[in-house]
Design a protein around this ligand. Structure first.
Ligand code: AVJ
Length: 334
């Protein structure tokens, strides 16, 4: 196999245009807000990797526990020819899937002589080109018989599932679906279902509702890494829009919204400020104490996930949690 190939569906120019539109909408709203996808430039993607290693950030470990335990079963049920991973980031957890899916020989022996087993292709898809390139090449090196084709894309604006060999399994891990607002989530799941053939699969990671202390601690760690990650969006706006945010003048906040059942990340202005954004020809003011929303991270209950999947046209096949019941993986059939 040649090394990984990378396809750019979302060009830097398109990304820049989308950022300008989002910044203009969000920063002129009351209250101000920004979509979370803009955290993930190269530095933001690295900071997120640091978050996954924090003692307070249980979702990464809980999901890993489920993957490690259920991957063989998942392989037997789904027998995918292609694995598509949305928001793949570093693809570290994905290795648990790749190991199970490319284990020598299929259960019925049909893959005999195919050293890579039943899985032929892996399509990581992410908005962060640098994270994607590194992940795709690292995976291609470990799994030489696998065709690795990375796709730089923004699945929140339009979703085109890579056209791999069938059946495909689409993995959307980490609880990232919780970053979408309810109407965005419904649209996303429906367009994903429409992009799949009947009988193809979705593996969906969702963080679960639990005591607010544990949740808030996971998003307000004692080392301040999540705060750096949160403020990174201001560095991104400074770099991309030539803005003059002073990131250190904003403090990180993580708030549990009990009614919506989501964690809200905010940046709080610690003094009155005027910020200019030449890239979108905008000047805005912050008053001391003003809070800008930068992310929602929705937490789910089983019935909630099941009904959203069914509404989108999926059938819930399996529901797996870690032993402590903190996080869930849903396997759904299109
Ligand atoms: C990777 C998007 C699921 O919402 O938990 C981690 C991102 N934000 N800490 C999440 C995140 C703050 C994370 N997702």
């Amino acid at each position: 196999m040649p090394p990984a190939t990378v396809e750019i569906r979302h060009t830097p120019e398109q990304a820049a245009e989308a950022l300008r539109a989002d910044a203009l909408t969000g920063l002129t709203s009351m209250p101000k807000w920004l979509p979370p996808k803009w955290f993930y430039d190269a530095r933001g993607s690295e900071l997120f990797e640091d978050i996954t290693r924090l003692p307070e950030y249980y979702p990464a470990r809980a999901e890993r526990e489920i993957l490690a335990e259920r991957a063989p079963e998942l392989a037997t049920i789904t027998r995918p020819s292609a694995l598509v991973e949305l928001g793949s980031g570093s693809s570290v957890k994905t290795r648990l899937l790749l190991d199970a899916f490319s284990a020598n020989g299929a259960p019925d022996g049909t893959a005999e002589g195919t050293p890579s087993g039943i899985l032929r292709e892996f399509f990581p898809l992410d908005v962060s080109e640098q994270a994607l390139r590194e992940a795709a090449h690292a995976i291609a090196e470990t799994y030489p018989a696998l065709r690795v084709h990375g796709v730089v894309d923004d699945f929140t604006s339009s979703l085109a599932v890579p056209d791999g060999s069938r059946p495909r399994l689409v993995a959307f891990l980490g609880g990232t679906i919780g970053n979408l607002l309810p109407d965005e989530r419904a649209k996303f799941l429906t367009s994903l279902r429409d992009a799949l053939d009947g009988g193809e699969w979705l593996l969906l990671g969702t963080d679960l509702v639990k005591d607010p202390d544990t949740l808030v601690r996971a998003y307000a760690d004692s080392q301040g890494v999540t705060g750096e990650f949160n403020r990174n969006v201001l560095h991104v706006l400074n770099a991309e829009l030539d803005a003059d945010f002073v990131p250190e003048a904003f403090t990180h906040r993580a708030v549990w919204d009990e009614r919506q059942e989501w964690i809200e990340m905010r940046l709080r202005a610690e003094r009155d400020m005027r910020v200019t954004l030449p890239g979108i020809d905008l000047e805005i003011n912050f008053t001391e104490g003003e809070e800008m929303r930068t992310e929602v991270s929705t937490k789910f209950r089983r019935e909630h996930v099941a009904s959203e999947l069914v509404t989108a046209g999926f059938e819930l096949h399996s529901w797996w949690t870690d032993a402590a019941g903190r996080f869930a993986l849903s396997l759904a059939r299109a």
